[in-house]
Design a protein around this ligand. Structure first.
Ligand SMILES: Cc1cc2nc3c(=O)[nH]c(=O)nc-3n(C[C@H](O)[C@H](O)[C@H](O)COP(=O)(O)O)c2cc1C
Length: 156
């Protein structure tokens, strides 16, 4: 496992900032132990051309929803749809090892609901979550959860 690949979308910059923290953390881990993988995130946006993913990756999605709680009534996804389309393109959903959601706990039932809905709709694990830009404990926990997920898939 040399690198962890990721695809993410970020509207106001929080997810992008968390990606930078994960890149830095992975570099430190790899410097101490070269067996530990680097982290390579690629941003997806409205201008990204749809393409088939050749290799396994993790997806990171913040939550932007309008109305509803997804349980008793519907929700409308805003802003992040291009990542959903990218994951839905060709066989891309089969290459996704898991999704990490972010959001704000003030949204209660809607907290990280987009990641949960993608996991449900596309059939990959909802791996983890963090709030806003995350903190150092989130970075460590989520890095480890990705390393463990890759090991589990390799052992299958
Ligand atoms: C209009 C709007 C709607 C949002 N809706 C939700 C929501 O339904 N659930 C949630 O957990 N967070 C919600 N959030 C919080 C964002 O997901 C959170 O700020 C996230 O860190 C944004 O990531 P980004 O800066 O990478 O775009 C919303 C934020 C805005 C501005």
């Amino acid at each position: 496992m040399k690198t962890i690949q990721a695809r993410f979308i970020s509207i106001s910059g929080n997810t992008r900032s968390f990606m930078d923290s994960l890149v830095d953390y992975a570099k430190q881990q790899n410097a101490n132990d070269p067996n530990l993988p680097l982290f390579k995130p690629v941003e997806i946006s409205d201008v990204t051309d749809l393409a088939e993913e050749p290799d396994p990756y993790f997806a990171f999605v913040p939550t932007y929803l309008n109305g509803g709680n997804g349980i008793d009534n519907g929700v409308k996804e805003l802003m992040t749809n291009s990542l959903g389309e990218y994951i839905g393109y060709g066989d891309n959903h089969t290459k996704c090892l898991g999704i990490i959601g972010s959001g704000n706990k003030n949204f209660n039932e809607q907290y990280c609901l987009t990641a949960k809905r993608y996991a449900h709709d596309y059939g990959f694990p909802y791996l983890n979550n963090y709030e806003l830009r995350g903190n150092s404990a989130d970075v460590e926990r989520i890095y480890n959860s990705m390393v463990n997920r890759i090991k589990a898939v390799q052992d299958e």
